[in-house]
Design a binder for this molecule. Structure first.
Ligand code: NAD
Length: 374
């Protein structure tokens, strides 16, 4: 075992979990060959070692092992934690204790106390924590954040954030979708996490949360895929609407539900005193970011398209290039440049606090204060 790389060379990375998100087209591994001069995935671990071996064979990874312990015995600078959410805390702690930098899937942990222990350990050991979702590495969200910061639509009054889809059971899921509907996961932690990350990434930290949550139907039936027709008991809320208060009368509405079978809404609409900003859906012909300005030109109000090519040259959209692999490149960049991540553990902890506050708000029927920032 050697100490983690401090920059310059090729980052040696191990992957924990050879499930769906490791290999699916929008996942971590399929695009990493594009940055093989900077990042080497040298090993993968899964309790299902045959699955780990199969992913290793497909992705050209040299070593497949059956446990985190075996992974941590190898020469690695960082580990990417792709286990199901409830396993994140215990395994991420062991990764940091072993002296490796961490990239973790969401949610960062199950509780705030766990997140604090994890982030404190990383700080004490001088290790970096990069946390999913990766949205704030994508050009459209960077552009939206920068436009809001430069006052492009004036003071923001409120935003609407569309963060949901039909849920795994409604999307011909290739693996058993049951886990998403059980306590400890659910639509808020699974999907709301994206909209909350985007809203806070663009508008800044939240101060208060209120929410309504419910179980739409007690049993879902899987639609399509190898589990077509499977009956799934629903024990976690699958229908959550959140109201976020950013202070100074700036609000956002975010959904985290499994009930959006189709939508043509932008991913985010932000309404300001001097205009409106849209972050459009990637499958729409519209530009990724649209701005309506009351004074688009002297005497003229209208929709304008932010200039992007000078700011983001072709090939600069690291999320488009690498999908979730962008988080691993981001870690390599931060180590090389001695910088803290944008997709940071502190942001993920803030998002977790909002989600836990939303759960509490829905149960107790009151507004809950949020104290963290990022
Ligand atoms: N599937 C998606 O589309 C998707 C999208 C975004 C984020 N994620 C996140 O990615 C993470 C993983 O999701 P997934 O869909 O790949 O799950 P999955 O169930 O397909 O894969 C999880 C893998 O972890 C292995 N595993 C479980 N416990 C283990 C342990 N203690 N040691 C070693 N291996 C272990 C399992 O055998 C399995 O292969 C979750 O945090 C999820 O929220 C998934």
């Amino acid at each position: 075992m050697t100490a983690p790389d401090t920059g310059g060379g090729q980052l040696r990375v191990g992957v924990l979990g050879a499930g769906m998100i490791s290999t699916i087209t929008y996942g971590y591994l399929p695009n990493l060959h594009k940055i093989r001069d900077r990042v080497a995935i040298t090993a993968i671990a899964d309790v299902d070692v045959a699955r780990a071996q199969s992913v290793a064979d497909t992705c050209g990874i040299g070593t497949a092992v059956a446990s985190l312990d075996a992974l941590l015995n190898l020469d690695l600078d960082a580990v990417v934690n792709l286990l199901p959410g409830p396993a994140h805390f215990e395994t991420s702690m062991r990764i940091l204790e072993s002296g490796r930098h961490l990239v973790t899937e969401k949610p960062i942990t199950g509780t705030l106390a766990e997140a604090d222990r994890l982030l404190d350990l990383a700080d004490r050991r001088g290790l970096l924590v990069v946390a999913a979702p990766a949205d704030m590495l994508a050009n459209e969200w960077i552009r939206a954040r920068d436009l809001i910061a430069s006052n492009a639509i004036g003071k923001v009054a409120f935003a609407r954030v569309q963060s949901s889809h039909a849920g795994a059971a409604g999307l011909s899921w290739p693996v058993n979708p049951s886990g998403f509907y059980q306590r400890g996961v659910g639509a808020l932690l699974d999907l709301g996490v994206y909209g909350i990350t985007q809203a806070t990434g663009v508008l800044g930290p939240v101060q208060r949360v209120s929410a309504m949550s419910g179980i739409t139907v007690p049993v879902r039936r899987a639609r399509g895929g190898p589990f077509d027709g499977l009956e799934i008991p629903v024990t976690a809320p699958d229908n959550n609407l959140l109201l976020l208060d950013f202070g100074e009368a700036t609000f956002a509405v975010v959904d985290g539900t499994y009930n959006v079978v189709a939508s043509r809404a932008p991913r985010m609409e932000i309404y300001g005193l001097e205009g409106t900003l849209l972050v459009n859906r990637p499958d729409e012909p519209a530009p990724p970011v649209d701005v309506y300005r009351l004074d688009a030109a002297p005497g003229v109000a209208g929709w304008v398209t932010p200039r992007t090519y000078e700011i983001f040259p072709v090939g600069s959209d690291r999320f488009a290039e690498l999908q979730r692999g962008a988080l691993i490149e981001h870690l390599a960049d931060c180590i090389r440049d001695g910088k803290q991540p944008v997709a940071s553990g502190r942001h993920a902890r803030h998002v977790l606090e909002i989600m836990l506050a939303a759960e509490q708000s829905a149960i107790e029927g009151r507004v809950i204060d949020v104290s963290s920032t990022f």
